[in-house]
Each structure stands twice: as C-alpha cells, then as structure tokens.
Design a protein around this ligand. Structure first.
Ligand code: FRU
Length: 641
C-alpha cells in the first residue's frame, strides 16, 4: 500500500471509532413535556394519566426537573403504586443520561433499562425531592432494542420516584462528586432566597442569622485560632425545619459575624438524610473535628464525625471511621433509635462524650470515653444522668461541662432549657445534681451550646425560635451570654460585654420618682434598643418597662415585676427579690421581633414579638403605689450586617 492509502485508511478508522462517534447528536428519548405519556404505557395508579406539572399535593418541593413537567409518582401520596414503560428504541449511543429524584428503594422505586425483558441497568433517587443527573454506560449494549421502565412498587416513606429528561448521548456527563454537588446546590439555594429575607421588617438586625432560610440549634461552637466558630442546624431549601445541614459562621468579637459556606451536608449516597446537632473538639494532634448525629430513614441514629480539609475549618470531609457510635453496642445497653446530639467535655484527664437518649421508661444521658487521642473510637462508660420519663421525655442537646468548682448539665427537654449543677464521680461516671432550674424561662430560647474562649470565659449560645414562616428566614442565634456560677450554686448569665460596641445615642435618667401610672421616655425610640433599668419598687405593686409601644401607648410589649412574678411579653414565671436585694435590674435587648431580658443576672427570658413596625416607643411604669427608677440607660443599637 502506498503512503497515501495508509493515511486515508487511518483517517477513516479515526472517524469510525472516535471523532465521528463524538459528533453524533444526542437523542432525547423522553422529556415528559406533554399532558399525556404519548407512547409510554402506564399501569397502576401512581403515575396517573400524564406527567406532573411539578410538586404534587402534600409533597416537599420538587426541583431540578427540566421544563414544565416530569414523571412524579407521588400522585395521592406514597401509598400508590404502578409502572410506566417506554416503547422500544435502539441503543445507539454510549450513554443514557436522566434526571432522577424521590425514594431510595433499589428495584422497588426505580428507573430500569430492559433488554430482552431483563433489567440490565437500574437507578433510584436518594430520598430527596431534588432531581439529580444520573447516567448509565451502555456501550456494551450497542444496537440492542431496549425499553425503559419507571417503577413504583413501594408504599410508605419515600415510596415514590421522580424522573425527567432521558437522553441517548455519546458525551459522558461530568458529574461532580456528591459533596461538591450538594454543597454547591445548598449554598446557591440560600443565596437565591437572601433578597427576600432581607426586606422583612421583623428580621433581627444585630442577632446572628444566616443570609436566608431556616436555622435551629447552634452546633460545634468552638474558639479556635482567634475566632469563635458557630455552626448551626440549617435548612438551605426553606424557612421551615428540614434537610438538615450545618451552616457556618465565625466572629472575632462575638458581635460581628462572617457568614461562611455551608460546612456539612447529608451524605445521600450513604443513606444519610440529615446532619443533626453536635459539637466540635480538638484531637490530640490539634485538629478540630466535628461530631454530629447522622440520621437516615429506616435506621437508628448514629454518631458521626467530620474532618477539616484545611486549618481554616472552611471545608470538611466525613470521618473515614463513621459511624463512630451506634445505638447497639457490644459493651452497653441499646439506647433508643433517636439517640442524638453528641457533646464532648474533659474531666480527670479523660475526653468524654455525652449524648441525649432514652430507654423505655427513662430519659438518659449516656457517656463515652475517647479510646485514644484521635477521637476516632469511643468506649461506653455508663449513664451519666437519668430521670424517669414522667419527669422528662427526652434530654435534647445535653451540654455537660465544668463550671466554677462544679459541673453543670444543660438539657433542652421539649420545654425551656433546664440546668442542673452538681458533682461528677469520675469512677462511676455518675453526675449528682444539687441545684436545678430553668436557664431561660421561655421555650423560645432552646438547644444551647457553649465555647470556652482564651480568657477562659464560658460563652453560652442558644437558638431563638417561634418566628412565623413564609418570609424567607426563620430562627436566629440568641445574644452570646457569659455563663458563670453564683455563690448560691445557681448559674448567672450576662450578655457578652463586647456587645457594648454597638451602642449609640445614649440617654440616661436618674432618680425618677414613679407615681402610679405610665411615663413615656422622651427622646428614645426604636426597634433596635438596649435598656438597663434599676427600680426600687417602693410601695408599688407592679413596676416595669414597656417597649415597642404604639404612639398612643395602647399597644406595647411589657416587662413587669409584681414582687412574685416577672411577666415578659406574655411569658410569666416566679421571681422574688432576695433578702439582701432592694433593686430590680432589667437589662433588655429589643431587636425588631426579638426580646431578651436579663433580670438581676439570675433569670433570663427570651421572646419573639409580633409588634407593628411603627411601634417604637419606650415607657416606664409603676402601679398601686410609688416606686423609684434609680437609673435608666438607653441606647439605640447598630445593626451588624
Ligand atoms: C433540637 C433538635 C436536636 C436535633 C436537631 C435537629 O432542636 O431536635 O435534638 O439534633 O434539633 O435539627
């Protein structure tokens, strides 16, 4: 053969196996944009008579499909079943790509490729209403006649499947790894909702909250390399609870916060649906690890960890030894499937972890000891604290740590956060409580976490809940508080002094006699204000402050003391002055729809307000006698965003 022939032959071959193959255009097998299924045939009820126009009744929001319609077998809920089968087509490309979402039930809720009546490829959703790109390599099946079949033969949780846009193609789709894909998607969802959230007049101006969407518990609070890090339960996809991720922010001063990319995502490919609450702790090597509860449908909760990719703690990967702790263990009892919220502390040179759990008749706080400095293995050490279920249903978010000369246990038991102060026996790992009470008198303050900083202060974080949904945001962090132990064995809480840097427009009144009645504080107005008021109750039967007052004073949020009770914006609880106390001090923070009140440093109450944006006045009052306002300091507070 002549040279030219060789070149020609080579060129022809190249065309046949490579270049030419890549040039073949894609074939869309189905994009389900018509009102009916066309040549596809349906059996059963789940698929109805044609593609759905998106989310169906009672379904979480379905996203990620193309165009206006998709196959969605949630018709009349998860209880319906059926199949949807395509006509025959020839496999004449290397790949079949598709968008798929819904349940993760292999062979029961799935998309199948059938050749000669046999299932040769299959795919499922990941218990997620987001349709994701999937593909099969079908190069080994070239030329075969085939059919596609969408199957929903499962009822109950996630018993449905979503499919759209099925394509024959020669181009291998470039699917980023799950972590990158899910984080990118979640961060984008929050950014997309931020504009709407920002315009709500209820949205707090100097409390931390994410750019948009839902947040609950503060997680993994830790002081590290000059920063306070706060992670938090976060639903990037809505302003109600769901899709738990860990959001992330950091601050140098506990006042100004830098919002950071979402840190932890549910590893759908490993059956993880939610990343629940937890903590951060440094390993022996000095790495900060995150510990959390992994929640997957159909399995008991597990305790997992995550490892930072770099020292800045911005990016994380899941710990290779997950799960670190499961409910069933050879060395301990079987705690309920809902065991959750790991919290680590140190005592007697040991690194210990408590978790909230329950047995048939008790709420329990089991304790585990780190087997070594890597914190990758834990040994069961017994039950640190227990109480009958008649006393407490479940100890959510247990925080246990040394405070002063004692240990303190905080629990969030589906009611206001409770504290118990006492001693820990390091041989038996048993905690004995000596005093107890409510850390905050409203259950709108919930799910605490703490961080010890370089000044050895114990900084307390909590979640404020109870906001209305439908505004693109929901939930914020309570103002960080310094937690100490009083001489009486009960905790003391004060807002961190760093917050004072947000003060402006100071006004001070002194020694004001309060005759029975209400006095408007002139020259002071606002929906972001701080007030520090000291009262001598004198002969009055009630004294207090009114904030967010309407111009005529008829509407207001009142903080009142009647010698037996404090009532703050409708929440009442017992409070008395001690034998040596002749002053009632109310330290009040108003931040649009948030009210936080510190009473003589030993009681706190947090409230979500529904005030009209135009109600900005401040008043003091006394009734039934004469009192003295010893002093009143008022500031307006600058926003932090
Ligand atoms: C407390 C809590 C935790 C759980 C998390 C889930 O508010 O229920 O027990 O880990 O929220 O978001």
């Amino acid at each position: 053969m002549k040279n030219t022939h060789w070149i020609l032959a080579f060129a022809f071959l190249a065309l046949a196996v490579g270049v030419g193959a890549q040039d073949r255009p894609d074939v869309v097998l189905a994009d389900f944009e018509a009102a009916d299924y066309g040549e596809w045939s349906a059996t059963g009820e789940a698929f109805g008579t044609g593609p759905a126009t998106g989310t169906l009744d009672r379904q979480m929001q379905v996203v990620g499909y193309r165009g206006e319609r998709l196959v969605n077998s949630f018709l009349r809920g998860d209880g319906t079943r059926g199949t949807l089968t395509s006509p025959y087509f020839d496999i004449n490309r290397k790949y079949i790509t598709f968008l798929i979402g819904g349940g993760n039930h292999p062979h029961k809720a799935c998309l199948n490729l059938l050749v000669d009546g046999e299932v040769v490829r299959t795919a499922t959703g990941r218990n997620d209403e987001h349709l994701e790109l999937g593909f099969w390599d079908v190069s080994a099946l070239q030329g075969k006649p085939a059919r596609l079949q969408i199957v929903d033969q499962v009822t109950g949780d996630w018993g449905h499947i979503n499919v759209d846009h099925i394509v024959l193609t020669d181009k291998k789709p470039d699917i980023p790894v799950e972590r990158d894909r899910l984080l990118e998607r979640a961060n984008r969802a929050v950014a997309d909702a931020a504009g709407r959230a920002a315009t709500d007049p209820r949205r707090p101006a100097y409390h931390f909250l994410p750019a948009a969407q839902w947040m609950n518990d503060p997680n993994g609070t830790i002081f590290h390399d000059g920063y306070y890090h706060v992670f938090f339960q976060h639903n990037p996809y809505g302003d109600r609870w769901g899709n738990m991720h860990w959001g992330h922010a950091r601050s140098r001063d506990l006042v100004h916060w830098e919002r950071l990319p979402i840190a932890l995502w549910p590893s759908k490919g490993r059956g993880e649906d939610h990343v629940f609450s937890g903590c951060a702790w440094k390993s022996g090597a000095g790495d900060v690890l995150l510990f959390y509860t992994s929640v997957g449908s159909g399995r008991p909760n597990e305790q997992w960890a995550a490892v930072p990719l770099a020292a800045d703690l911005l990016e994380w990967r899941k710990h290779p030894k997950n799960p670190l702790i499961t409910t069933k263990r050879a060395d301990g009892p079987d705690f309920g499937a809902g065991m959750r919220d790991p919290f680590i502390f140190e005592a007697g040179g040991k690194t210990l972890m408590v978790v909230g759990a329950d047995t048939e008749d008790e709420a329990v706080v089991p304790v585990y000891e780190a087997a070594d400095e890597t914190l990758g293995a834990w040994k069961y050490r017994g039950i640190l604290w227990r109480t009958p279920k008649t006393v407490m249903k479940f100890p959510e978010c247990p925080n246990f740590f040394p405070l002063g000369e004692k240990f303190i246990l905080l629990t969030s038991p589906y009611r206001p956060v409770e504290y118990r102060v006492g001693t820990l026996d390091l041989d038996s790992f048993r905690f004995s409580a000596e005093t107890e009470g409510r850390l905050d008198h409203s259950q709108q303050y919930y799910a605490t976490n703490i961080a010890f900083d370089d000044a050895e202060r114990c900084v307390l974080f909590g979640w404020i809940r109870g906001f209305p949904s439908g505004h693109g945001w929901n939930g914020c962090l309570a103002l960080p508080r310094v937690l100490t132990l009083g001489d009486d064995g009960h905790p003391r809480q004060t807002p961190v002094p760093e917050l004072q840097k947000l003060r402006e427009n100071h006004r001070r009144l002194e020694a004001v006699p309060l005759k029975s009645g209400t006095t408007r504080v002139e020259g002071v107005k606002g929906d972001t204000v701080e007030l520090l008021a000291s009262f001598d109750p004198g002969t009055a039967s009630r004294v207090g402050l009114r904030v967010r007052c309407s111009p005529d004073g008829s509407a207001a949020k009142e903080i009142a003391f009647d010698r037996m009770t404090i009532t703050a914006a409708g929440e009442a609880f017992p409070f008395k002055l001690g034998p040596d106390e002749d002053t009632l001090t109310l330290h009040v923070f108003v931040d649009r729809s948030v009210l936080e009140v510190f009473i003589n440093e030993r009681a706190c109450v947090t409230r979500v307000l529904d005030s009209d944006p135009a109600h900005l006045g401040v008043e003091v009052f006394a009734t039934g006698g004469e009192a003295t306002l010893r002093s009143l300091d008022v500031w307006t507070i600058r926003g932090i965003w």
